[in-house]
Ligand binder design. Structure first.
Ligand code: FES
Ligand code: FES
Length: 163
């Protein structure tokens, strides 16, 4: 057992965990934030994607103890109170989900993708970047539309901010 502290969505969470505890188990079972989903636990589906120190990672591939002292953002930490994050809003407007199981991971991966590319994205790049996130419902078309729209808005917002 180890005593670890991980800051999740701005709140320090300290727990005693077994050494084999995965980060996704820490988030869901120890802290109770169940918006991060488990679709496979073998690094294939991306449903468990969160941000670890600002970068998207599959939280079923990280031991909780390895994230001791780190900052994590989950889907619950994206919105600004009642105001959705722009990527959440874009998924909503473009119907980028059906059952919603993949959606938290899709959105966390997309937020990181838009940040890394400064919002400069084309369809091919979005599809390539989302290869690690599997959706069994949507056929991906509306997800890609949502990411491209959010990327465009990100670019526009940063252009205005830079003026
Ligand atoms: S649950 Fe982590 S990649 Fe599927
Ligand atoms: S919306 Fe159902 S798995 Fe993607």
């Amino acid at each position: 057992m180890s005593r670890i502290t991980i800051t999740i969505n701005g709140k320090a969470e300290t727990r005693e965990v077994e050494d084999r505890t995965l980060l996704v188990q820490f988030i869901r079972e120890h802290v109770g934030l169940t918006g991060t989903h488990v679709g496979c636990d073998t690094t294939q589906c991306g449903a468990c994607t969160i941000h670890l120190d600002g970068e998207a990672v599959k939280s079923c591939t990280v031991l909780a103890a390895a994230a001791d002292g780190c900052e994590v953002t989950t889907i619950e930490g994206l919105a600004d109170g009642p105001k959705l994050h722009p990527v959440q809003q874009a998924f909503h407007e473009h119907h980028g989900l059906q059952c919603g199981y993949c959606t938290p991971g899709m959105i966390m991966a997309s937020v990181d993708m838009i940040r890394r590319h400064d919002g400069v994205l084309d369809e091919q790049t979005v599809r390539h970047e989302l290869e690690g996130n599997i959706c069994r419902c949507t056929g991906y078309h509306n997800i890609v539309k949502a990411v491209l729209d959010a990327a465009e808005k990100h670019r526009a917002a940063h252009a205005v901010a830079a003026e």
